[in-house]
Design a protein around this ligand. Structure first.
Ligand code: HEC
Ligand code: HEC
Length: 256
């Protein structure tokens, strides 16, 4: 009994030794732990990329999310220019924000809210940034309505017929070869609304004038805008991009 008790109880000198060893270890390890932070290759907190969902700089948001399609400075992109006060007034900030949120279904324009690519705060920042940088109020201009109800049946047929005349009168001076803008492959890439936006606001970055043309004699009435848009859209085909007989393709699909 006495032997065991003395074995459990440590002598005073050995407890002091343990304390000293503990202190020594601390002095050795603490600087080591601190210096590890500076090891080569370890990223500094300031080098870490910010969480993309917290970024709200409108210029950065535009260049990272929109410029690839709508152009670096909002012009000369594959999709329409955003650096265009007339267009920004035509679409209006509220609808613009809706398009950014939901996208244009069936086109390459993504819905940034529906796909959660951008938070609500980021969408607001990028939309306000575009209007702050490139918006303006075109004075003394009566803008055509952004959209009009779609026509069908005889009304559509009559509109398309008038549209062909509008094109012949107002557009062939530049589009001598109409197939550039009636090509079904081109039409498959754009919605009717995008066609309307193009007819109304043009692509001034590419040299296509807005609905007022190059001089007053070329200005389109609101009805002519709708008619020529319907005429363009009437060239859509069921199987775009295929040059052979489309009725044969249809028969094959129906037989399957
Ligand atoms: C002053 C010359 C000019 C006139 C007039 C003109 N256009 Fe154009 N249009 C252009 C140019 C330039 C382009 C750009 C072509 C390119 O993409 O390189 C273009 C492009 C287009 C596009 C394709 C835009 C796109 O990129 O999505 C459409 C659609 C179009 N025009 C329709 C019309 C219609 C309809 C009219 C008549 C109401 C018309 N244009 C009158 C010069 C003109
Ligand atoms: C992958 C390419 C792509 C990206 C990225 C993209 N867009 Fe688009 N956007 C398009 C295309 C293509 C259209 C035309 C869709 C159609 O046919 O109606 C379009 C249409 C739009 C329209 C409506 C144009 C109209 O005709 O009235 C707005 C507004 C718009 N984009 C804003 C934005 C903004 C803002 C961003 C970035 C936050 C963005 N887009 C990113 C391709 C893109």
């Amino acid at each position: 009994m006495t032997i065991r008790r003395s074995a459990m109880r440590q002598s005073a000198p050995s407890r002091n030794l343990q304390k000293a060893l503990g202190l020594l270890l601390m002095f050795l390890l603490v600087p080591l732990a601190i210096s590890c932070d500076g090891l080569p290759g370890k990223p500094d907190i300031s080098d870490m990329p910010p969480d993309p969902r917290t970024l709200v700089d409108p210029v950065v948001l535009y260049s990272e999310n929109c410029s690839g399609c709508h152009g670096a400075d909002g012009t000369h992109g594959a999709a329409r220019s955003m650096n265009d006060p007339l267009y920004l007034a035509f679409v209006g900030r509220e609808r613009f924000a809706e398009i950014v949120d939901r996208g244009v279904p069936g086109s390459l324009m993504p819905g940034f809210g529906s796909t959660q690519l951008l938070s609500a705060a980021q969408q607001k920042a990028v939309v306000n940034g575009i209007y702050d940088r490139w918006g303006g109020s075109p004075e003394g201009v009566e803008l055509p309505p952004y959209s009009v109800p779609a026509l069908s049946g005889d009304a559509l047929e009559a509109s398309v017929k008038r549209g062909a005349e509008v094109f012949a009168t107002h557009c062939t001076s530049c589009h001598e070869d109409a197939s550039q803008v009636t090509n079904p492959t081109y039409l498959a890439l754009v919605s009717d609304q995008a066609l309307r936006s193009t007819v109304v606001c043009g692509r001034t970055d590419l040299g296509k004038p807005d609905w007022r043309g190059l001089d007053p004699s070329q200005s389109l009435s609101f009805m002519q805008i709708t008619d020529v848009t319907n005429w363009l859209a009437s060239h859509r085909t069921e199987f775009p991009g295929q040059s052979y007989d489309q009725s044969a393709q249809k028969r094959i699909l129906e037989d399957d």
